[in-house]
Ligand binder design. Structure first.
Ligand code: FES
Length: 490
């Protein structure tokens, strides 16, 4: 049986996204074993896994420096992060040498046994000669052992270092895998990985995030014992919001599927700031209390009501991985009852009531296909949330975003889209003029979708525009039956 690595871990070791690795596996027709890849195959795909410019070590440095105020470096019991880095580097070097020597020794031993077996029945003179040759070969090989270094050993050392910095968590029954970095709880890390884990308060009080540790060790981040009975604790149940992982974990946990309705929540939250990106568009940042995150899925909407009684249903334009800091896009001129309060600057630091979530404009579950997002006007809000979710999940082969009308020039939204394009190899972004004829847009979309019909398409915008675009695309022979569409505004 070959030595196997999960695709998530393999992607980290090769320093590529999971989507990129999956694309390569498909293209090169590499065999996988229920979501795992053989070490040899990974090295065939990425023979030069880089150990010098090591993102793992960079990550160590970042995590250590971020964690600094929370630790006791100043008390003298922990070395300075720079010293720690140097020691880890040394440790990694030693590990590569040791593992290489071990690999070589194992091979030598197997060869020596096979050689001796084949000569053991020979006449004495020939036997002596064969044994002498075998000894000479072993002595020569022993002399080279301390200089040995092979690709498999380098991969092993990198994996060992990765395990020091980040523990992996595999969820049952879904098989989803994610990594815990820094001081994150299991729940925080799972949400950051784009998973819809069950949770409520995020502070160890409600018990909604209860899950069962099947293997591995955890550490409590806060006391919560009264939520779990003694029997549950003895059976290995923990609260995901109040524990982190010490070692790699396998955990039985409840996750919402794309078809599950999330519980309706009512949360009093505060408008932290309103940024006017252009005369037509304002970005409203809303924060929930520390103990009440909003649980929602990317692409959903909520009812937002001000203390003065103004109310509108708005799409959440941010990622569900952060249910405390919500972003809404408010457009002028489309009749939103909140328009004057938002654009007049009256809502900053005011309380609002958030109720929801609702809506079915959602990402398909566990899809690994290329994804194309198209948005116009108000459709930008749910599409932005879906794009962030797709980037977070890191499963899609390619992610393309087409914004009809684009973002306001020099706005934070435009910078965000550009930064995704710069940072991600599998992400492309294009904006068109707002008045692009449906026929020309259809031509562009048909080209982007290609002939394979593997591409998942998500389109959001005004109803009349949606109809026009779909008709024009259909006229070019593209089946729009599987598209996920959302009418936003008139
Ligand atoms: S989310 Fe409430 S106890 Fe964990």
């Amino acid at each position: 049986m070959p030595q196997l690595l999960s695709l998530s871990r393999a992607a980290r070791l090769a320093d590529v996204t999971r989507g990129e690795l999956q694309k390569r596996i498909r293209r090169e027709r590499v065999k996988t074993f229920e979501g795992e890849i053989a070490v040899e195959d990974l090295l065939t795909l990425y023979p030069h896994i880089d150990m010098e410019e090591d993102p793992v070590l960079e990550r160590v440095q970042r995590i250590k420096s971020e964690a600094r105020p929370k630790t006791h470096y100043s008390d003298g019991w922990m070395p300075d992060p720079q010293v720690l880095m140097k020691r880890l580097h040394e440790f990694q070097h030693t590990l590569v040498q040791t593992k290489s020597a071990l690999n070589t020794s194992e091979t030598l031993l197997e060869e020596a046994v096979a050689e001796l077996r084949s000569v053991v029945e020979m006449p004495e003179a020939e036997l002596r000669k064969a044994v002498r040759q075998c000894v000479n070969r072993l002595e020569g090989a022993l002399g080279r052992l301390d200089r040995a270094e092979d690709a498999k050993a380098r991969l092993f050392a990198k994996d060992a270092l990765l395990k020091i910095v980040t523990a992996s968590v595999r969820l049952l029954p879904s098989g989803h895998e994610f990594f815990i970095e820094g001081n994150d709880s299991i729940l925080e890390a799972g949400l950051k990985a784009g998973l819809y884990l069950d949770y409520g308060c995020t502070s160890g009080n409600c018990g909604s995030c209860k899950c069962k540790v099947v293997s591995g060790a955890v550490r409590k981040l806060r006391e919560h014992d009264y939520v779990l009975s003694a029997k549950e604790q003895a059976e290995g149940y923990i609260l995901a919001c109040s524990n982190t992982a010490i070692s790699d974990l396998v955990v039985e946990a409840n996750e919402a599927t794309v078809n599950d309705r999330l519980p309706r929540q009512s949360i009093r939250a505060v408008v932290r700031k309103v940024e006017q990106e252009s005369p037509e568009l304002a970005v409203m940042h809303v924060q929930t209390p520390r103990t009440r995150s909003l649980r929602f899925k990317a692409g959903q909407r909520v009812r937002v009501t001000t203390e003065g009684g103004l109310s509108d249903t708005l799409y959440i334009a941010s990622c569900p991985c952060d249910g405390r800091n919500l972003v809404f896009l408010v457009f002028s001129g489309i009749g939103s009852p909140l328009e004057s309060a938002v654009f007049g600057g009256e809502l900053s630091e005011q309380m609002v009531m958030i109720e929801g979530p609702e809506g079915g404009f959602l990402l398909h579950e566990d899809s690994r296909r290329p994804v194309l997002f198209v948005a116009k006007a108000g459709g930008l809000a749910p599409v932005k949330s879906l794009v962030e979710q797709a980037i977070t999940i890191d499963d899609a082969e390619e992610i393309s975003l087409v914004l009809v009308g684009g973002n306001p020039p020099d706005s934070s939204l435009e910078r965000l889209c550009r930064s995704w394009q710069d940072a991600l190899d599998n992400f492309s972004y294009r904006s068109t003029g707002a008045d692009i004829p449906a026929d020309r847009l259809a031509e562009e979309l048909a080209k982007a979708i290609g002939k394979s019909s593997r591409t998942e398409v998500y389109v959001a915008g005004p109803r009349s525009w949606l109809d026009e675009v779909q008709q024009a695309v259909k006229a070019r022979g593209v089946d729009t039956g599987q598209w996920t569409v959302e009418a936003v505004g008139g």
